[in-house]
Ligand binder design. Structure first.
Ligand code: SAM
Length: 479
């Protein structure tokens, strides 16, 4: 129980004005002061749920399935292991899991409900740090094209690092106010997630100071931003496409009223897709409109709001825009591509890469195939995967090649022990127990997941981890 949770009286008075009749304010306050149950999502781009369950069993973790996410679990670790932060465990460092609050798994689950997201074009309009981007990429099985947009530069960096660790390969990152998508990318997306910036009223169980700067005026101000973003999203959606709007706040100002604004603005062209049957128990948090208003005391989670819409027809944007400036990449010539693919086949047994190889200066990139028609609509901070740097006699592979595409290799892996993995993440070379005659690059794996590249040398594997990813804190072992 965290008695220090700050809950101002004006906020309580406001909640009292809209809390549903079947819930009590006392239960709500009590739930706000209870610590949050730790939850994680298995990253199915790297591992399977069954493999993760075997890992959890071996490490005596207790798992409770999250009813609305087949890949999600509440978890408890034995006390002795808790001196090691979950972020420094081997399964996390190797990209096998993502720490994500249970209710935050709902928006993507709602988007994929009764819909196959593979091979689609999807926009995640407010994406950092990337919980839902990575969940979307997993739901899309790394196919199609996913644009993850984020306004804040510092948060864009963590988004990018997370996508690399998790092996996300079908994504472009962009750095704009989400309000531009409606005018620059009109009718481009099959599905859009707008997990909107919000006042975060639902997050007090994680952050006892979340309500420190709470005011109705600030709710109203954020609601105006949300209205611009949701309008933009609707213009950017194709007819027949679906939009999920979500927040981690409770006030109807930022939830039902933002949705109402959208319904009024596009009255003839929009349907609400009710979420009352999304999972067993959804009926306890559904609103009259068919949205989910997740109160923390009902499913023992954070507070969340999720709404889903279908676009039935298009109203042209009043002020369409087109990007200026040339696209700074050129195709990798077919002769160079053939030579590169032969090296990959010889070295790793990889005979095919899905997507298009493109070159900029000396950098070799792999673009998702479905990005072809969209890649010149806006400027991207990153598009696809950085494969390597070209040089006189070939291509020097990059770390991201390994984390995103290394699983395609059928040979030339080296599974690191726990101690070797600690050395690897600390930037040290891996000493080999016996001299080797192997040469060239090798894919390093941990928990069976590819985590990076090394270079065979006589008595060691030379570490190729980029300097900015080197860590020197306690890793992997808790003894
Ligand atoms: N979807 C993210 C996830 O699951 O990890 C969380 C997104 S958080 C609720 C909202 C994000 O929107 C923040 O990272 C914030 O920096 C970003 N943001 C704020 N204003 C924005 C705008 N006008 N356009 C796009 N992103 C914005």
């Amino acid at each position: 129980m965290d008695a220090h949770t700050y809950i101002p009286a004006e906020f309580i008075a406001d909640v009292q004005s809209y809390i549903p009749q079947h819930l009590t304010i006392a239960d709500y306050i009590e739930s706000c002061q209870r610590p949050l149950r730790p939850a994680l999502r298995v990253n199915t781009l790297k591992t399977t749920v069954a493999e993760f369950q075997a890992y959890a069993d071996e490490h005596s973790w207790t798992l409770t399935p999250i009813p609305w996410c087949p890949d999600g679990f509440w978890f408890e670790r034995p006390l002795a292991q808790q001196t090691l932060s979950i972020g420094n465990t081997d399964i996390h460092l190797s990209g096998g899991i993502y720490i994500q609050e249970a209710s935050s798994m709902l928006p993507v689950f709602a988007l994929q409900h009764q819909t196959n997201l593979t091979d689609c074009c999807v926009l995640d309009m407010a994406a950092a740090p990337g919980s839902k981007t990575s969940q979307l990429a997993a739901a899309m099985d790394n196919s199609g094209f996913l644009i993850a947009n984020e306004l804040s530069s510092s948060r864009l960096k963590s988004l990018s690092a997370n996508m690399q660790r998790l092996g996300v390969a079908n994504t472009a990152l962009s750095h704009f106010d989400g309000a531009i998508f409606g005018s620059y990318m009109e009718q481009c997306f099959d599905h859009i997630l707008l997990d909107a910036p919000c006042s975060g009223e639902g997050t007090v169980r994680k952050d006892p100071n979340a309500l420190k700067n709470w005011s109705i005026e600030s709710n109203q101000h954020i609601a105006e931003v949300q209205k611009q973003l949701i309008e933009s999203a609707f213009y950017a959606l194709k007819t027949g496409g679906t939009l999920v709007y979500s927040t981690c706040t409770l006030t109807p100002l930022e939830n039902q009223q933002v949705c109402q604004h959208l319904l009024e603005m596009f009255a003839d062209h929009i349907d609400v897709l009710p979420l009352d049957t999304l999972f067993e128990g959804a009926e306890q948090v559904v609103t009259d409109e068919g949205y989910l208003h997740v109160w923390p005391q009902v499913h023992d989670t954070e507070g969340f709001f999720i709404a889903k819409f279908k676009k039935l027809g298009h109203t042209p944007h009043p002020n369409p825009q087109a990007k200026k400036g040339a696209f700074p990449f050129s195709d990798f010539s077919s002769k160079e591509s053939q030579a590169f693919m032969k090296t990959l086949t010889d070295q790793f047994g990889i005979s095919h890469l899905a997507g298009n190889l493109a070159i900029r200066d000396k950098e070799l990139w792999l673009f998702p195939e479905q990005s072809t028609d969209l890649k010149e609509k806006i400027k991207f901070s990153r598009l696809g995967i950085l494969i390597g740097q070209t040089h006189r006699t070939g291509v020097r592979l990059c770390h991201e090649f390994a984390t995103a595409l290394g699983h395609l290799a059928t040979k030339n892996h080296y599974e690191l022990s726990t101690l070797e993995a600690c050395d690897y993440f600390q930037g040290k070379d891996i000493k080999l127990p016996h001299p080797t005659s192997q040469q060239g690059e090798v894919l390093l794996t941990l928990c069976g997941n590819v985590i990076g590249l090394g270079k065979w040398q006589k008595n060691k594997i030379k570490n190729s981890l980029p300097r900015d990813l080197v860590r020197d804190n306690q890793l992997i072992t808790w003894e």
